[in-house]
Design a protein around this ligand. Structure first.
Ligand code: IPE
Ligand code: IPE
Ligand code: MG
Length: 235
């Protein structure tokens, strides 16, 4: 790996689980299961590479349109995986975090997530954030509502609202902007993920499905990032 600047924050749209499983003659849910294991490899490799923030899109606000059986499977997979991953977090000094509106999930799921967030809060190598019931439009709408509320109650002056103010009201309030956004599964779209935070991210698309994604692919993406010329509107 060349010593050029590393991405501080990598975000991943982990897409293609269902198609991958179907291509093998298996059920879509098998793809989600294998996909959840790939998360371990990519987390470890991110720590290895000294990436500080890794944000993974696990369930979007639009994914509720899916059959109930698939949604139920995804929630139960979250339960087993969160418990299983506690060792991974401990051994690799990973802080776990969640973005999205988790109030819609069962109390048991929320307790489990909050418990893992609490247990790992002092870990320093990598912040691994899972986007759950996350959508940028939901996030920005919620931020606008809170800002309007705080302005009405006099805690905020309309003339003082800046980009910084808005950032403080987003789910990602303590996180840096996304430097590198990766999407697997062949689709070339953002699907309502981190729109504000990725406004200047470098985008890398992989045709391969998420269950096929490897640590070498992550290294390749970081390598390509390091060869991109980021101008941020300047020259
Ligand atoms: C991504 O894989 C995981 C989730 C959205 C939960 P998909 O389930 O979207 O898989 P494809 O894109 O249908 O193959
Ligand atoms: C994006 O994948 C959401 C996640 C990976 C969690 P989707 O499969 O839901 O996105 P679309 O439907 O292709 O836009
Ligand atoms: Mg998909």
């Amino acid at each position: 790996m060349v010593s050029a600047v590393l991405p501080l924050h990598i975000a991943v749209i982990m897409d293609g689980n269902g198609r991958w499983a179907l291509s093998l003659g298996k059920k879509r849910t098998y793809g989600h299961y294998i996909g959840s294991k790939v998360v371990d490899d990519i987390t470890k490799e991110s720590v290895n590479l000294k990436i500080k923030y890794l944000t993974l899109y696990a369930f979007s606000t639009e994914n509720w349109k899916r059959p109930k059986t698939e949604i139920k499977f995804l929630i139960s997979l979250l339960h087993t995986q969160i418990t299983k991953k506690e060792n991974l977090f401990k051994e690799n000094n990973v802080r776990f975090n969640v973005i999205g509106d988790i109030s819609v999930f069962p109390q048991r799921t929320r307790d489990m997530l909050e418990n893992t967030i609490e247990k790992t809060k002092n870990n320093k190598a990598l912040t691994l954030t899972l986007a759950l019931n996350y959508g940028s439009k939901l996030e920005i709408t919620a931020a606008c509502k809170k800002i309007a509320h705080d302005t009405e109650s006099g805690r905020l002056q309309a003339c003082d609202i800046s980009e910084n103010t808005i950032e403080k009201y987003l789910f990602t309030k303590d996180m840096p902007d996304v430097d590198l956004l990766i999407r697997t599964g062949g689709e070339k779209r953002i699907s309502n993920f981190l729109l504000w935070q990725s406004s200047y991210a470098e985008l890398i698309f992989f045709d391969k499905y998420w269950p096929e994604f490897t640590k070498e692919d992550l290294r390749d993406a970081v390598h390509e990032f390091q060869h991109r010329k980021r101008r941020f509107g300047g020259l």
